[in-house]
Design a protein around this ligand. Structure first.
Ligand code: ATP
Length: 442
């Protein structure tokens, strides 16, 4: 973990937020490479959900959440963790995460601590004007259910996907970007007819494992953990967590929950007419029945399967899998991030062999622009004149290809293409460059 954290800082992936003021605990900023990696991971998720399936719609809903939404969803009452204070070291911990150096007899009795961030909306600072920063992206998917069904004429089964920020005032944020207070979730709510939920749940577990494999997190590195009944969240009938061996231990990367008809049932009016399975609080405020026609033309409250993944935990897993230290001849070694090309922050570096040589640099710039125009991600020019250093740096940040423009290029239009993983170099003609680049990057 320490080496990964150091690399992330040194090369501009991840910085501590407000570092110049001593940092803000549990909050991180994503630098020039971090933002690219994050965007690439989110885009891979979006493509696999919204574009590759023909029955999933996208949504980008607000972060500020009306308190009523979280009252009926059960979050105001139950979205809390038990915390204890250690009378000896003065620190506060989640009851299940007390470090070994604290002795049991020094701990206070556990108290519930709500994890939601409350904030004021509008100029009046009173009890009626507060809202929350959403603790999960899911709730606005449920509150928009009717809007989306009405505007897209969807039938069951269908899903709504959303990527966005979520906020939790974690008692003990830790392990770099694993447990933070501000993070992003990639959530799908997949609505099915009651009775079809269990098969859909199993199917989504398998689909999600395959997706992680494509991001460079092999199936063998993930363990499935079925959450025991007494530990299930209040809305869940069954949850399977994808547990990944992070540098600090085996922990949840993604959770796949069968949320039953709890959420749509909770946010509906006239619940007594709806044959809701889950135990829901009486809703006196909603103006809508969150129902949809089933195959027999009967209006039902669908069940929902939710694969919910954290972007930051995903990045950490992807970086951890990619991070490699390789021995080279002469007792040398190199660090290389073997990221899948579609996730790599920089797709190719164009390197003029000699710094400031006008002919070489101009040609390198031309190549950079032409590859950039393909729209496959960021291409950069490396004009430092130290080819060895350039290769080392590009290996460390996971750039799949380095393209070197040298004096031979000026004579015969060929450039050197260096592959990150094999370090093999081939010469190809500039006219074949776009095609080769596209094949290697896709
Ligand atoms: P944990 O048990 O680790 O606190 P959780 O079960 O509360 O996680 P969910 O509510 O299922 O998490 O959230 C879905 C996903 O969102 C998680 O699998 C994780 O990837 C991500 N996530 C949740 N909380 C955090 C956090 N504090 N920091 C980073 N990612 C998070």
């Amino acid at each position: 973990m320490d080496e990964l954290v150091a690399l992330c800082k040194r090369r501009g992936f991840i910085y501590q937020s407000a570092e110049i003021y001593g940092g803000l605990q549990g909050v991180y900023d994503y630098g020039p490479l971090g933002v690219e990696l994050k965007n690439n991971l989110k885009s891979a998720w979006w493509q696999s959900m919204v574009y590759e399936n023909d029955d999933i719609e996208g949504l980008d809903a607000s972060i500020l959440t009306k308190s009523m939404v979280l009252d009926y969803s059960g979050h105001t009452e139950t979205f809390s963790d038990p915390m204890v204070d250690c009378k000896s070291c003065g620190q506060r911990f989640r009851e299940d995460q007390v470090p070994e150096y604290c002795k049991k007899e020094d701990l206070t009795e556990p108290r519930q601590f709500n994890l939601m961030f409350k904030t004021n909306v509008g100029p009046v600072d009173d009890e009626s004007s507060y809202a929350y920063l959403r603790p999960e992206t899911a709730q606005q998917i449920f509150t928009n259910f009717k809007n989306i069904v009405d505007s897209t004429s969807r039938n069951l089964p269908f899903g709504i996907a959303q990527i966005g920020k979520a906020f939790r005032n974690e008692i003990t944020p830790r392990n770099f970007i694993f447990r933070v207070r501000e993070f992003e979730q990639m959530e799908l709510e997949y609505f099915v007819a009651p009775g079809d939920d269990e098969a859909a749940h199993s199917s989504w577990v398998q689909k999600r494992l395959k997706w992680w494999e494509k991001q460079g997190v092999p199936i063998e590195t993930i363990e499935l953990y079925e959450v025991p009944t007494d530990e299930l969240a209040h809305y869940s009938k069954k949850t399977v967590d994808l547990m990944y061996k992070f540098p600090h231990g085996l922990e949840e990367l993604e959770g796949i929950a069968n949320r039953t008809d709890f959420d749509l049932g909770s946010h509906s009016k006239k619940q007594n007419e709806l044959n809701i399975n889950a135990k829901v609080k009486l809703n006196k405020d909603s103006n809508s029945k969150l129902t949809i026609k089933n195959n027999d033309d009967v209006m039902v409250v669908p069940f929902v399967i939710e694969p919910s993944a954290g972007v930051e935990r995903g990045m950490l897993a992807v970086l951890n899998e990619a991070f490699t230290i390789e021995s080279l001849p002469d007792n040398k070694s190199r660090i290389v991030l073997k990221l899948k090309p579609h996730l790599a922050p920089i797709k190719a570096a164009i390197i003029p062999l000699k710094k400031n040589d006008k002919n070489l640099v101009n040609l390198a710039k031309k190549i950079r622009s032409s590859l950039q125009e393909l729209g496959l991600g960021r291409i950069i020019l490396e004009n430092t004149g130290n080819i060895g250093k350039n290769y080392r740096k590009q290996d460390e940040i996971g750039t799949p290809l380095c393209i070197t423009v040298d004096f031979e290029t000026l004579e015969n239009n060929s450039v050197t293409l260096r592959d990150r993983d094999s370090m093999k170099q081939i010469r190809i003609n500039i006219k074949d460059l776009e095609k080769t680049f596209m094949e290697k990057i896709k």
